[in-house]
Design a protein around this ligand. Sequence first.
Ligand SMILES: Nc1ncnc2c1ncn2[C@@H]1O[C@H](COP(=O)(O)OP(=O)(O)OP(=O)(O)O)[C@@H](O)[C@H]1O
Length: 412
Amino acid sequence: MSDSAPRTASSVTGARILLENVSKRYPGQARAAVDGLTLEIPAGSTVMLVGPSGCGKTTTLKMINRLIEPSEGRIVIDGQDVTSMNGDELRRGIGYVIQAGGLFPHMSVATNIGMVPKMLGWDRARIAARVDELLELVSLDPAVYRDRHPRELSGGQQQRVGVARALAADPPVLLMDEPFGAVDPITRQRLQDELINIQHELQKTIVCVTHDFDEAVKLGDWIAVFDEGARVVQYDAPERILAEPADEFVEDFIGTGAGLKQLTLTRVREVDLVPAVTARPGEDVQAVLARGEQAGTRDVVVLDDRDRPLSWPARRQLERFSTVPGERNERLPLVGTGATLNDALDTMLVSSTGAALVVGPRDRFEGVIYVETVMAAITEARRAVDPEDAPLGHNTGEMPTVSPAGPGGEGR
Ligand SMILES: Nc1ncnc2c1ncn2[C@@H]1O[C@H](COP(=O)(O)OP(=O)(O)OP(=O)(O)O)[C@@H](O)[C@H]1O
């Protein structure tokens, strides 16, 4: 992939993608699966493709890495027309994540993750170091997981390895097709949070297909709502789609509770966290309690050697010991900094603590969030998004859906 195009920000490693007038006609089908689609995917942003079953989401996604060849039109990545380049070469530069991870069952986790780097001719030491780095990134302990086989992993862990594999050669673009469709809701929430954290760190360009509108709101910087033939009905920021759905089709698609969905728009990292006194296993309990008193906080969080929360004992519990215990409490209410306030509330409700521990990248402890903070944030007005910032998205022969009046201009 060429490096010639300017990047929008110094930290952005993703590339801009432009679909220009792209169509796909499958043999024997009367209607085009994708009909004259023009779609801009800004560098470093996450764009979610949503719409009813069969509307052309997956076809659109797979045309970007040419697993499906477009019948017409051009696809430009980072200034380079990729429609005519070698497909295998193109795919080595684009991460691809599918449901359930799509791992090769007969290969170890490390071999799965190191596949593309190996094809690119990296030496063994560099691949091994990269595998460990990526396992850390997706919150799996390399020493425990690198030699396991996919069948020895939970669904969520397989999905994490799938993400690590897609990121292996540090591609500027990540394509995801229903990446979290096969895991239970709690694991899905956790994986979404991790993806948000990873994206915060890496700033890739992500195009993601989902059936789940809440997931689109949570993960997307921009959401493209498609109707049949990948017709762009609305392409805008989640805030604006919720506040001003372009037409009844989008309204139906959003479903009920748009007001509540606003809650999914604010992330934990955007609210003020309450600091806690942290302690290490083996520390003198009285010294820790004195520190807490001095800091005026009742929360003591015990961290492991990588700053990950082990337990969150109440003062009374702690007083029963002379030194801080090192056991891990498996039922700690944890939320990621990328989690939404909605998720934070869920976590608090499930654990009935009225508060949760917030962890950042690599599960490092960041602070405590209280239910009061969430309630206060809910009452705050939603963030304003300038409609002019919305990327380009329309189909041939239609008025562009992006106008100063916003993408709703078309149908209103
Ligand atoms: N290989 C194929 N041959 C013929 N028609 C196809 C092929 N793949 C997809 N289609 C048709 O193209 C249209 C778009 O399919 P696509 O899989 O892109 O939709 P989608 O929005 O991803 O659907 P879903 O949400 O159900 O996964 C559908 O009508 C589908 O039946």
